[in-house]
Design a protein around this ligand. Structure first.
Ligand code: ADP
Ligand code: MG
Length: 701
């Protein structure tokens, strides 16, 4: 085959043409033969199986049944009008239903003749029914050519409207296989193929699109999933190796006066075992010759800040500067104040830089950074601006990393001639397998223990009808001197509506909690940063008892005296978000509460989320449930889901394959790091093509 064959632009394929090509590109991102070839079916309809009516299950699956129509009638009025056929086989009876095309069907259907019907099953009362079945007389069915497993390709409304139906996509695929004669270059080595008993690339591609039977389909899926995950791992691992070999780090060799001084005189509590372990892991990295690129995971309240501080002190001890970046102004200034407090009278120069830092201050700051007078810079994205230049940045810490884009992370790398060590801290617990595939190029540390003496937060679920009782409870808590968060959902698609919900809620709270007895703060996304900070400050200082907010307070905010978290419309939040919000309380010595408010109408999934929240405080357990409910894409937020861009593998379900793929990628890179061996040439070719085309994600510079 011509090696560039798969690069052929899709309009060249017989039956495509410019119009269809435009639609394919817009809807499915298909531009070349290769793109089309890698459009894999979502599912398959099994036309080899015939079901008996007595065997049917209300599974929503498509099934194929042989039987006869014994009766046909029209029922219902106007829009509810439908044609209902009683369909029987020797085991029972069911209904076939049509909402449209009655006249044609009435004229063409044959009563008492054997038919094969095919379609999706649903159940009403005790009767199974199949709306708009595909129908074929048994006699014709037996003569026709059978595709055993009928592929169903991803589709969109636009595609169908433009005539690119599943059948048409199938035809295109056939044409592609005719033009290519079904021969595609192998991309794995013989030894891997043999060891894992994989079928060849050409066989796999054929059977993924035109499966001869279940068994071959399964083999094709396995082979293609393995391959996909294998190349992702190849990329991650070689990046990591490259970084360790090539990117010279700046070894922090001494543990000096700042670190020790802080440890001996300023540490306000004993470190937990987990904190000690993690600091050790980080110190090992920092002391080596390689650049550190580490992910620090720790549930909310597990005490990541102190770890960050001690690492920064280590940097200072070795003559370097450090910076700590947070996603919002509120968080950045909390970090700033918190760190200053921890440092006390120590001789460490620390400053805050955010979007609202005044120009005069900024200029001063820039100078101090450049001449090295400043040791620690805390800030928001503002830190990344080109104008911000360090004398010698040795360590960059990013808090709550999922709020930061990839490009931003890479900007940090360029803040110094030799890239600084990077520590990324996240409170979103990421299940291990996911961490391995998303951050396979990072090292991971976990703080899996909370500081002692924390009281577990009590979480309950209450219906909106019980609001008065809940308000009563809030009043009791305020009476005891506590503070309360009331949070409203924020869903970007309908900002106006969310805003209205929030304002309505705010007004009713103001009514139920009248001044001057109660003081209420409000913070939402439409406010100016300065106003937000002002309101936040009032709450932090205890001047207000209630904080009404959208999810802007989600991450990191620390008000130990706040002990009640009310989450309105809790069913609209995802699990990890609920967990993050709950983490805002339970930070002080008092018993804390989280109350999830909802209406009565709840989806099954929402119920599972609420139950999970009520039953556990363990972030990792919650992350596992979340992963199962939503899949990895959503779990990480839209930012990360795009990055994975997997076409066939699913990092949750195909966990086992992922591990195998990682193992083999590691082996290969150990034995033949430059892929020079004869037998690894197919891998090298495939890999370098992917790297060129950026078909595998590529998110760290
Ligand atoms: P997070 O991991 O969510 O960023 P923080 O670093 O904000 O957590 O810590 C939460 C609270 O726990 C802070 O008030 C901090 O002072 C306290 N804390 C952290 N480590 C310990 C410890 N080892 N013992 C007692 N309290 C601690
Ligand atoms: Mg934090």
């Amino acid at each position: 085959m011509n090696p560039n064959f798969l690069q052929t632009p899709i309009p060249y394929l017989k039956g495509v043409g410019p119009n269809r090509a435009d639609t394919l590109k817009a809807e499915l991102g298909i531009e070349t033969y290769r793109d089309l070839l890698h459009l894999f079916p979502n599912r398959y309809l099994d036309r080899t199986q015939y079901y008996k009516i007595a065997q049917l299950q209300p599974s929503g699956a498509d099934v194929q049944i042989v039987g006869k129509i014994i009766h046909l009638k029209t029922v219902g009025q106007k829009r509810g009008k439908r044609l209902v056929a009683t369909f029987v086989d020797e085991t029972g009876q069911m209904e076939l239903v049509w909402f449209r095309g009655h006249k044609w069907i009435r004229e063409n259907l044959k009563i008492n003749e054997p038919y094969v019907v095919f379609g999706r099953i649903s159940k009403y009362g005790s009767t199974f029914s199949m709306p708009h079945p595909e129908m074929e007389l048994l006699s014709e069915h037996q003569q026709g050519v059978k595709i055993a497993m009928q592929p169903i390709y991803p589709s969109t409304e636009k595609l169908v409207a433009k005539g690119i139906t599943n059948r048409v996509v199938g035809k295109m695929m056939q044409q592609l296989f005719i033009e290519s004669k079904g021969q595609f270059p192998e991309s794995l080595s013989n030894s891997i193929l043999e060891e894992l008993l994989l079928i060849s690339k050409s066989e796999a591609l054929f059977n993924i699109h035109f499966p001869k039977n279940q068994n071959l389909l399964a083999k094709a899926q396995f082979r293609l999933k393995f391959e996909e995950l294998f190349f992702v791992q190849m990329q991650l691992i070689s990046k990591k190796l490259l970084r360790k070999q090539k990117i010279k780090g700046m070894p922090f060799e001494t543990v000096g006066e700042k670190f020790t001084g802080f440890f001996e005189n300023h540490l306000p509590f004993q470190l937990t075992k987990a904190q000690k372990r993690v600091i050790k892991e980080i110190r090992n990295d920092l002391g080596s010759n390689a650049q550190m690129n580490r992910l620090l995971q720790g549930d909310v309240g597990s005490g990541k800040t102190i770890v960050a501080l001690m690492c920064m002190l280590l940097a200072i001890d070795n003559g370097f500067q450090a910076c700590l970046m947070a996603p919002t102004e509120i968080l950045a200034s909390q970090h700033y104040t918190g760190l200053k407090e921890l440092l006390g009278n120590m001789d460490v120069k620390i400053a805050l830089l955010t979007g609202s830092t005044k120009k005069s201050e900024r200029t001063l700051l820039h100078n101090q950074l450049e001449n090295g007078n400043l040791n620690i810079l805390v800030g928001t994205h503002a830190v990344l601006e080109d104008k911000v230049q360090f004398k010698n940045l040795g360590l960059a810490i990013v808090d709550e990393q999922h709020r930061f884009g990839v490009a931003q992370r890479s900007k940090l790398w360029h803040k110094n001639e030799i890239p600084p060590h990077v520590l990324v801290m996240t409170a979103t617990p990421i299940p291990r397998t996911l961490a391995m595939s998303l951050y396979g190029d990072l090292d991971v540390s976990v703080i899996d223990e909370l500081p002692p003496g924390r009281k577990a937060i009590k979480t309950v679920h209450r219906y909106d009808g019980n609001r008065l009782k809940v308000f009563g409870f809030i009043k009791d808590e305020i009476q005891k001197g506590r503070q309360v968060y009331i949070v409203y959902p924020l869903i970007q698609e309908s900002e106006a509506l969310d805003y209205k919900d929030l304002m309505d809620g705010y007004e009713s709270i103001v009514r139920d909690f009248p001044q001057p007895e109660y003081q209420i703060s409000i913070v939402h996304g439409k406010m100016k940063p300065a106003d937000k900070d002002y309101e936040m400050e009032r709450f932090v200082k205890g001047e207000t008892q209630i904080m009404v907010a959208t999810t802007v307070i989600e991450v990191g905010v620390n008000v130990p005296n706040a002990s009640v978290m009310i989450i309105e419309s809790a069913e609209r939040f995802g699990l990890s978000q609920l967990h993050q919000l709950r983490g805002r309380v339970g930070r002080g010595a008092e018993q804390s509460f989280c109350i999830l408010m909802t209406g009565h109408k709840l989806s099954e999934e929402a119920k599972t989320r609420l139950q999970t929240m009520v039953s556990t405080n363990d972030g990792f357990e919650i992350a596992e449930v979340d992963l199962k409910l939503r899949g990895p894409g959503d779990l990480m937020g839209t930012q990360q889901s795009g990055m994975l861009n997997l076409k066939i593998a699913d990092i949750v379900k195909d966990n086992q394959i992922l591990k195998t793929a990682r193992y083999h990628a590691l082996q290969l890179l150990k034995e033949d790091p430059r892929l020079e061996k004869e037998e690894n040439i197919p891998i090298r070719k495939a890999y370098s093509r992917m790297m060129q085309n950026k078909t595998i994600w590529n998110y760290i510079s």
